[in-house]
Design a protein around this ligand. Sequence first.
Ligand code: GDP
Ligand code: GDP
Length: 446
Amino acid sequence: MANIVAIVGRPNVGKSTLFNRLTKTRRAIVSSEAGTTRDRQYGRSEWNGREFSVIDTGGWVVNSDDIFEGEINRQVNTAINEADIVLLVVDVREGVTQFDMEVAHLLRQANKPTILAVNKIDTFDEQYGSAEFYKLGLGDPFILSAVNGLGTGELLDEIISRFHPDTEDEPEDELPRFAIVGRPNAGKSSLLNALIGEERTVVTDIAGTTRDSIYTRYNKFGKDFYLVDTAGIRKKAKVTEDLEYYSVVRSIRAIENADVCILMLDATRCFDERGMFCGIAAQDLSIFSIIQKNRKGLVVCVNKWDLIEQKTTADIKQFENNIRERIAPFTDFPIIFTSAVTKQRIFRVMETALHVFENKQRKIPTAKLNERFLPLIENYPPPSNKGKYIKIKYCTQLPDTQVPTFVFFANLPQYVKEPYRRFLENKLREWWDFNGTPVNIFIRPK
Ligand code: GDP
Ligand code: GDP
């Protein structure tokens, strides 16, 4: 079950500092450079064995001094609609502002589980300043210093105590779960309709759940799995501005609840007006980044292929390479060219997703692994480090893991560097079929 925490608050109160602390990433620096912005919006966190997602809904408020009501509403509404818990951050040095009052009002009106964090309390002496914030009517304020970490333990304890129990809303069977995700207008609903169509009667809501089920059972042509709905598919956003942003946020829950994600691209948007490939958009990469951070399986589906004119084998190859380049270093995933309108290859998408699901479950017996890897490692050992000879003795796959996880035991694991780890991963992918699934490779002491 996905648990999503959204951080809201005025600019400069310390939202991104807190986001960094919770997601332990140094990359999410305050910067509008491509590549850093996406990390700023979404990250994974863990406390006492509970994992959850953190979204910084303020991440997109560009003009920090100029917040008008519409933006407040949008920021808070995104949090209310998409998150399980809202974390309202305020600044003790600024005191209670009009903005804080308005946000608190919206949150109370929506009856949303909210935690109030009073930030920039860098020493215990400053904690008395937090009393003022009782007037927001959001209960006891949590004192916090996002910069030095004071109060974060208590805050995290509170966050996880408010989560849904792990099992709620989960289908009880082990059927694969797929999510179709992508930017607005890529063709997600068209694909869903082409697959399920009028057969919406096959929709079986899972019994005993309180909220609308997000799982639709697909049971046809000998295939049986769940399609995980994105909120965006059912209730289309009315605001057109920020639609792109919302589509990313809305896909989070679906991705987290899926085993394999079908990332849908609009083929017509991959070319500029001269017909040159101009790549896949930042939003596509944001969605991919969420898929990757959650270690989900991936099938890329290039839709509206009926609208693309030249389609020589070379073009297709070029197209594929361009997509893989953008998503590198992970390149071992299937790409399918579809048309939801002519229904070209739409069932192939489902078959491929099932195949990726199988790959994600794949178990390689230890004897087979060592039979292949030991001679390889013998011939291509890890480069010695500081004159120390590094020996990998054997390897094995761990049981019961989310994604296939392999451990290589070495005398000096700390000296086995990333390039060598990648070399092992590439060989693993060459010898067995892990297409579309992430794998973990750990080097451990022995
Ligand atoms: P955001 O706009 O809400 O995301 O705020 P930022 O995280 O970018 O922080 C704004 C400024 O406040 C930065 O200069 C931070 O270093 C500073 N800041 C954030 N948290 C704290 C804190 O706990 N104590 C102090 N003293 N400064 C903080
Ligand atoms: P969503 O926002 O991702 O759910 O996209 P929709 O399924 O609503 O599709 C957006 C628009 O693209 C609609 O007008 C569809 O008819 C059109 N469309 C979707 N898939 C295809 C396709 O494969 N080929 C063509 N030509 N149009 C498509």
